[in-house]
Design a protein around this ligand. Structure first.
Ligand code: PLP
Length: 399
C-alpha cells in the first residue's frame, strides 16, 4: 500500500464540472417563480439543436425516456424485434422491453467495441423493426453499413448517443445519422443537467410524437397553458408519460452546453496523455480514433487480461480504490445479466467479444473536472498497480 495515497481525497469517477454560470442560472431560475418546464427548457432545446445543426431538439427527462419515446414514436411494439449491443447500459435494453418489443443482441467488434454490422446482419428476421447502435465510449459506430442494412430491410435506426454528444462520423454528427438520436445528461455525461435527455428525429412527425408522449400525451404543455397569453385547455391524444425536462435542469444544461467544446478539448488531452503514459503497460488501451471520425472521449476503457496484467479486472479496481482512485465498469455483457438470461434465454458465450470485454474492462477517470494533479495521480496509481501486481488475486478470471 502506498501510504501517501491514504491521505489523498478519494477521486470520484465521473465528477461533473459545474461552473459559477450554472449556479447563478439555477438561482435565477428558483427566484423566477417558474421551475418546471418553461423558457429555459425552450432555450436549451434551441441551443442543442443549433449545436447539432438540426431544426429542432426535444428535451426529455433522461436518455432512458428518450429511447422509449423514440421506439414508441416509430411505432415499435409487441411482436417486433430490436437489435442492439450487449455492451451497453441496461437502459438501452430496458427501453426495448418497455416498448413491448423483444431485444435481440448482436456481438461487438473487438477493436471499436461497437455493434458489428456483420453480426447485426445475422440477427435480422422478418420481425426485426429497428436497430439501436450505441456509440460506445464516444467512438462512432459503423453507421454506413448499419444504415445500409436498415435501408435494405426497412428498419428504423435509433442512435444511443448517451456517450456521444460531440461524436462525428464522416462529417455527420451523432444523433443526426439514423432516424432518431437519443442523448443523456446524467451527472457523469459530457453535458449534464443532473438528470435529463434529448431526442433528435429526422421526421417532424416523429419529433411531434415524442413531444406529445413526453407530456402525458397532451397537446399543450404546462408553460403554454399557464403563461399570461396561454390557452387553458389541452387535449389528450395518446397515453403518454411524465418525461419532460424542467427549467432547473435546463439552467444547468444551457451553460454546460456552452462549454461542451472546451470540456471536450480538456478530455481529449487527458485521453491522449493516458494512451501515451500507459503504452508500455501490459493492458489493452482503446484504439486511436478512426480516420474520418470524431471521438467524444467519454470513457477511457482499459482491458485487464489477468494472464498479462498479473491481476484481474476486479482486483485492479480494488487496488485503484485502495489508492483512492474511483473507476467504473462499462459494461458487463448484457447476456450475463440474470433477468435477461432468464427472460430471453441469452447465453453469454454467444457474444464472445462482449463477454471478454465485459469481464476485462475498467474505465478510469476522464472528466472535465480533473486537474493536472488528479491526472498525475491516476497515472501513478495505474502504473503502481501494474508494476506491483498482487498475484494472489490474479489468474483464472479471464475469458
Ligand atoms: C449507453 C447508455 N444508454 C442509455 C443510458 C441512459 O441514460 P439516462 O441515465 O439519461 O437515462 C446511459 C446512461 O448511463 C448509457 O450509458
Amino acid at each position: 500500500m502506498d501510504r501517501g495515497a491514504l491521505e489523498e481525497p478519494f477521486l470520484v469517477f465521473g465528477q461533473p464540472s459545474l461552473g459559477e454560470e450554472e449556479i447563478a442560472e439555477v438561482v435565477e431560475c428558483l427566484r423566477s417563480g417558474w421551475i418546471g418546464r418553461g423558457p429555459r427548457v425552450t432555450r436549451f432545446e434551441k441551443d442543442f439543436a443549433a449545436y447539432k445543426g438540426v431544426e429542432e431538439a426535444v428535451s426529455v427527462h433522461s436518455c432512458s425516456a428518450a429511447l422509449l419515446l423514440a421506439l414508441q414514436a416509430a411505432g415499435v411494439g409487441p411482436g417486433d424485434e430490436v437489435i442492439t449491443t450487449p455492451l451497453t447500459y441496461c437502459a438501452t435494453i430496458n427501453a426495448i422491453i418497455h416498448s413491448g418489443a423483444r431485444p435481440v443482441l448482436a456481438d461487438v467488434d473487438p477493436v471499436s467495441m461497437n455493434l458489428s454490422p456483420a453480426r447485426v446482419a445475422e440477427r435480422i428476421t422478418a420481425n426485426t423493426r429497428a436497430i439501436i447502435p450505441v456509440h460506445f465510449a464516444g467512438r462512432p459506430c459503423e453507421m454506413d453499413p448499419l444504415c445500409e442494412l436498415a435501408a435494405r430491410y426497412g428498419l428504423i435506426v435509433i442512435e444511443d448517443c448517451a456517450h456521444a454528444i460531440e461524436t462525428e462520423y464522416h462529417g455527420r454528427k451523432a444523433g443526426t445519422i439514423g432516424d432518431f438520436g437519443c442523448f443523456s445528461f446524467y451527472p457523469t455525461k459530457n453535458v449534464t443537467t443532473g438528470e435529463g435527455g434529448m431526442v433528435l428525429a429526422k421526421q417532424p412527425r416523429h419529433r411531434e410524437a415524442v413531444r406529445i408522449l413526453s407530456a402525458q400525451g397532451m397537446t399543450l404543455d404546462a408553460w403554454k397553458r399557464y403563461r399570461s397569453d396561454g390557452v387553458p385547455h389541452y387535449e389528450v391524444v395518446a397515453a403518454g408519460f411524465k418525461y419532460n425536462m424542467t427549467d432547473m435542469e435546463a439552467a444547468l444544461g444551457i451553460h454546460q452546453l456552452a462549454r461542451v467544446e472546451a470540456n471536450w478539448l480538456h478530455r481529449q488531452r487527458i485521453w491522449l496523455h493516458y494512451r501515451e503514459a500507459f503504452a508500455v503497460l501490459p493492458v489493452t488501451l482503446p484504439a486511436a480514433p478512426f480516420p474520418g471520425t470524431r471521438h467524444a472521449y467519454h470513457l477511457f476503457p482499459i482491458l485487464v487480461d489477468p494472464r498479462e496484467a498479473g491481476t484481474d479486472r476486479d482486483g485492479f479496481l480494488q487496488r485503484l480504490r485502495d489508492l483512492r482512485i474511483g473507476s467504473a465498469v462499462h459494461y458487463r455483457s448484457a447476456a450475463e445479466q440474470p433477468y435477461y438470461r432468464q427472460t430471453f434465454g441469452w447465453q453469454p458465450k454467444d457474444f464472445p467479444e462482449a463477454l471478454r470485454i465485459g469481464r476485462q474492462t475498467l474505465s478510469i477517470p476522464l472528466s472535465p473536472a480533473l486537474r493536472e494533479s488528479d491526472v498525475a495521480r491516476v497515472v501513478h496509481a495505474v502504473r503502481t498497480v501494474l508494476e506491483t501486481p498482487a498475484r494472489t488475486e490474479a489468474m483464472g478470471a479471464g475469458v
